[in-house]
Write a protein that binds this ligand. Structure first.
Ligand code: WTA
Length: 632
């Protein structure tokens, strides 16, 4: 049975039903999956605690839905096409039957190495097939996966491992990234110096390097695979058992572990995948996100596999060996549905049209965008030059915390408008509120974007600290989930996401808390204090602008100091959080109560200092003149 919507009237009917009778609506959709035991109650919720349970007492294993149930009808259908970093290396394809076997074997390796239901397993791996196998293998044995993007530093990894008390780490010797090779295992070894919970490290041999293996702790996957059989009974999970933890940045403190559970996540990712992309059985689908981010979890792996689709996984980068790589892969594998981020579109747009024109993009039917607002120029370029004006563009708004797409057009079915995510999906009830949390009912207005009713993929908790979940998302406005985004609703009820209204910056679609970057910068011995803000960046969407106060008021060599500060950030977070601009200042604009007035710093970083607003409450207004003068 398919729960795909085919017409605008169909969308309206589904939406109405989902609001009038949310339980009935999701109950019907959930029945299209394989459950070991049905649920007693569809939904149990309360946003105050918060407590949200979907498909209460239902029993299942998500991998039986991603793999086993397809074997009868789709056993020989391609499940995964893996495209390597270097186009000269051969790509690899796995049918559903082959993928099932790979996952089962990997799951047996996990069990052999002591992994049990509920254990946390940290995965720090490049975009190789074993990453996909390992995620699903965890789910098969009921272990909670915590994938850490392989660009994060040893420090970041250690923080996440300690927070989750992971007992096993899955990794590789090294990774390919464009023309570079990066020593992954070495980063793991460094992280583990400080992580006593980890008892085993399973290493994939990607590059054939002779890496250091700690006896008793480190084992090679290929050796472990020799010891196991092909069949692996899936663990029975409760709907509300944890499926995974994924760390993401918020406005305060260290990144938090967003927790998603088995039943709701399964139903939500499958439903949204089919509907947003209007997926057809024979489509080849490619999402360029890394599995280390939520987009890779939900729309490279789980969503497409649940739907029985063929999903492409790409190891490389958009610009290697040249900026035609994406278009070449689309041509090579006849990709029908292509899902990427605005930052990639903008950088490929800057590389010139020739690269696009060298390949056939005739197979494309649907284009998607995710992770940050897409500006009109990039939208039109994507629509005209990649989609040749025949492919609908779905601008999908959602978050790590929502687990799946929330606001988006359904490709070719509901209205699309450049730079607008569009209408909410069935089951999603957004509202805009003002500063006091009062609902703004009129259209053509802006407000803070909240949700007033749970959907199956909603965040359940932040790992190890439920109160943090409540404070971050459910306490700003009473009885609402607060997204942290500002949005505008147009005359037809289409939403345009403006961006974060909290201290989170979105750099190339990656989220960082300003406090997180400041904490990293402050680890540098020359730095006394710092303040970080985002500013508009032509390619990355937002760039990172850091204002720093040095111990030595006038450093002899500011360039060296900047380089050192960058090094510190790379060491504490990773290359992806490198500040784009570092301004050395003698003071920061603070109020008498000691709070930094970020509003002023943001204006300076944007290069717009004509109207700084009221600065009379500043402790030392003169500091602002100095900052303006030294602006980069
Ligand atoms: C932003 C990524 C505008 C937004 C799936 C959100 C977007 C944050 C869009 C979540 C979009 C994501 N248009 N902004 N289509 N998609 N965002 O958790 O600010 O990495 O709150 O999830 O990205 O980022 P996250």
């Amino acid at each position: 049975m398919s729960s795909r919507i085919h017409s605008f009237a169909g969308y309206q009917a589904a939406y109405q039903k989902s609001v009038k009778d949310p339980e009935g609506f999701w109950d019907e959709i959930a029945q299209t999956f394989t459950w070991r035991q049905p649920w007693d109650k569809v939904l149990d919720w309360n946003f105050e605690e918060p407590r949200v349970k979907w498909f209460v007492n239902g029993k299942l294993n998500i991998t039986e839905n991603c793999l086993d149930r397809h074997l009868k009808t789709r056993g020989n259908k391609l499940a995964l096409i893996w495209e390597p970093n270097d186009p000269k290396e051969r790509f690899v394809r796995y049918t559903y039957r082959e993928l099932h076997e790979k996952v089962c074997q990997f799951a047996n390796v996990l069990r052999n190495n002591g992994v049990k239901k509920g254990d946390r397993v940290c995965i720090y791996m490049p975009m190789i097939p074993e990453l996909a196998f390992s995620v699903l293998a965890c789910a098969r044995v009921g272990a909670v996966h915590s994938v850490i993007f392989a660009g994060f530093s040893a420090n970041s990894m250690a923080d996440r491992i300690k927070d989750a008390e992971a007992s096993v780490v899955l990794t590789s010797d090294g990774l390919n990234r464009g023309a570079k090779q990066i020593p992954v295992k070495r980063v793991v070894d460094e992280a583990l110096e400080d992580c006593p919970s980890v008892k085993k490290v399973i290493v994939v041999d990607r590059l054939g390097w002779a890496v250091k293996m700690l006896p008793g702790r480190d084992v090679y996957l290929h050796e472990e695979l020799q010891k196991v059989e092909k069949n692996c009974e899936a663990e029975e999970m409760d709907s509300e058992d944890m499926l995974f933890i994924l760390y993401t940045s918020g406005s305060t403190g260290k990144p938090k572990g967003v927790v998603h559970t088995c039943g709701g996540y399964m139903v939500y990712t499958d439903y949204t995948f089919r509907n947003v992309f209007q997926y057809d059985e024979s489509d080849i689908y490619w999402c360029t996100a890394d599995i280390g981010w939520i987009t890779g979890h939900s729309y490279l792996l789980y969503g497409p596999l649940l739907a029985g689709a063929t999903t492409v996984m790409f190891e490389g980068v958009p610009t290697f060996p040249d900026p035609g790589r994406f278009w070449q892969v689309i041509d090579k594998h006849s990709v029908n549905i292509f899902y990427t981020a605005p930052t990639a579109i903008r950088s490929l747009m800057a590389a010139g049209l020739d690269h696009v024109l060298s390949y056939s993009l005739d197979s494309l039917k649907v284009l998607g965008s995710v992770g940050e607002p897409i500006n009109e120029e990039a939208w039109h370029w994507y629509h005209i030059h990649v989609g040749k004006e025949r492919c609908p563009v779905v601008d999908t708004w959602w978050q790590t915390e929502t687990s799946g797409i929330m606001i988006s057009s359904l490709a070719g079915v509901t209205p699309m408008k450049p730079s607008h995510a569009g209408q909410p999906l069935p089951g999603v009830q957004p509202i805009l509120v003002d500063q006091n949390g009062e609902e703004i009912t009129e259209n053509e207005t802006e407000g803070y974007l909240c949700m007033k009713f749970p959907w199956p993929g909603i965040i359940r908790t932040t790992y190890g600290d439920h109160e943090r979940c409540r404070l971050s998302y459910f306490s700003t406005y009473k009885n609402l989930y607060f997204t942290g985004d500002g949005a505008r609703r147009d005359e037809n009820g289409l939403y345009r996401i403006i961006g974060r209204v909290d201290d989170v910056i979105n750099v190339s679609g990656h989220r960082f808390g300003t406090a997180e970057i400041e904490n990293a910068i402050n680890q540098n011995r020359h730095i006394v204090e710092s303040a970080v803000v985002g500013y508009p960046h032509a390619i990355k969407g937002q760039g990172i602008y850091a204002f720093v106060i040095c111990a030595d008021q006038a450093p002899a060599n500011p360039e060296n100091l900047r380089a050192e500060v960058i090094e510190t950030v790379v060491e504490h977070i990773g290359k992806i959080a490198k500040p784009d601009k570092i301004q050395i200042v003698s003071g920061l604009p603070k109020t008498r109560s000691g709070k930094i007035m970020r509003r002023i710093l943001r204006k300076v970083a944007e290069g717009d200092t004509t109207n700084l607003g009221d600065t009379s409450t500043l402790l030392d207004p003169l500091v602002v003149d100095e900052i303006i003068q030294g602006a980069l």
